[in-house]
Design a binder for this molecule. Structure first.
Ligand code: HEM
Length: 128
């Protein structure tokens, strides 16, 4: 299972970095045509995060971390796919910042789960 965990963890990281790069392109108005690619990568990230959460639950990571990651993976695409109609006008940038922060949070959830899985695997490290 360790190999599969490494693969989905890397998938979260790689898709996350690409999402940030494409997102900046979209934000600066230079790359609107890459939005479908960005959305596809977003789904890759979410599915990878959920897979990681599934593995984490199986090795005994506390349920609150698993539930948080699953819920985060749900909120990120819901906001991404609906935000175009939100606060259109001068304040739209606040939604864009929110989307970026929630996106960064989704990547962080992957890191937290991976760390917790290591802690569960090596009992000498205290899992708080
Ligand atoms: C999880 C699934 C995701 C979906 C479905 C999604 C979807 C979208 C869409 C449709 C846009 C264009 C919005 C617009 O033009 O108003 C966008 C923009 C953007 N995305 Fe995502 N995204 C996702 C994840 C992420 C992640 C993980 C990051 C970064 C960590 C990210 C960063 C950005 C940035 C910086 C922009 C440009 C600013 C903006 O328009 O909000 N996205 N995304």
């Amino acid at each position: 299972m360790k190999g599969a965990v490494t693969i989905v963890h890397m998938a979260v990281r790689v898709s996350g970095v690409l999402l940030i790069v494409l997102g900046v392109g979209i934000w600066t108005g230079r790359a609107d045509q890459v939005i479908p690619v960005h959305e596809l990568l977003g789904f890759v990230l979410v599915v990878s995060l959920w897979t990681l959460a599934f593995f984490a639950a199986r090795v005994g990571v506390p349920a609150r971390w698993v539930v948080l990651a699953v819920a985060w993976g749900l909120v990120a695409p819901i906001l991404g796919l609906t935000q175009q109609g939100m606060l259109t006008g001068d304040w739209h940038w606040t939604i864009q910042v929110l989307h970026l922060l929630i996106g960064l949070g989704a990547i962080a959830q992957g890191e937290i789960l991976a760390r917790r899985m290591e802690q569960v695997g090596s009992p000498r490290v205290s899992a708080s």
